[in-house]
Design a protein around this ligand. Structure first.
Ligand SMILES: C[S@@+](CC[C@H](N)C(=O)[O-])C[C@H]1O[C@@H](n2cnc3c(N)ncnc32)[C@H](O)[C@@H]1O
Length: 196
């Protein structure tokens, strides 16, 4: 599929889907780590459940996705909720965030390995990355079927080795796979303060 076919596929999915999508647990379970003010980016935001959470937490939020349908739906939801989210149709691979521009970046269910450097650089000193996406080890059919679009064992830690991990969770197929948090890895990592 070329890039316009991928965009069309996502436009169709976002047009059919209900609501804003689900909040990523990496963010919803760790809201207490957020700063009380500052700039946040929901990168490849989809219909923007995480952007809404960030705005409700008092942050100034940018939300970017290549799908105009997703961005249109998020803009409408933000307006209805009276939340000032800066929503943009943007290809995040050809136009990644600028260096030193965000206090918080959230990436959920999206993987483009070429962005690990630009994302790390886009955080301000002390800034936080919240990242959650699918792993190759899986117990369900959720997520992409192409293994290249899923994380290898510990891959998020390697991709963001320039940052300091604060929370990491990946359970693979260990133990009783009917329990726990499966199919996904989550990372909260910080761009270290220079004096620490
Ligand atoms: C599985 S959805 C995840 C959406 C949202 N982050 C969530 O967790 O609900 C993946 C999103 O990535 C977007 N996407 C894929 N490639 C992109 C690119 N190059 N630039 C911007 N968005 C992209 C798609 O349009 C889609 O909305």
């Amino acid at each position: 599929m070329d890039s316009s076919e991928i965009r069309d596929k996502w436009d169709a999915r976002h047009a059919e889907a209900e609501g804003l999508g689900s909040q990523a647990r990496v963010l919803a379970d760790n809201l207490h780590l957020l700063p009380t003010a500052g700039k946040a980016l929901d990168l490849a935001c989809g219909r923007g459940a995480n952007a809404i959470l960030l705005a409700e937490a008092g942050l100034e939020v940018d939300a970017w996705d290549q799908s105009s349908v997703a961005i249109q739906r998020l803009s409408q939801a933000a307006e209805e909720a009276k939340l000032g989210i800066n929503c943009s149709v943007r290809d995040v691979v050809s136009q990644p965030p600028a260096a030193d521009s965000y206090d918080v970046i959230v990436v959920a269910h999206f993987l483009d390995r070429s962005l690990s450097g630009p994302i790390s650089q886009a955080l301000k000193t002390g800034g936080l990355l919240y990242y959650q996406t699918f792993t190759r080890a899986r117990v369900s059919e959720a997520g992409p079927s192409n293994p290249a679009m899923r994380l290898a064992d510990n891959e998020l830690l390697h991709m963001f080795s320039a940052l300091h991990p604060r929370i990491y969770r990946e359970e693979l197929l260990l133990g009783d796979t009917s329990q726990g948090w499966r199919d996904l890895a989550m990372l909260v990592a910080q761009k270290q303060l220079i004096s620490q």
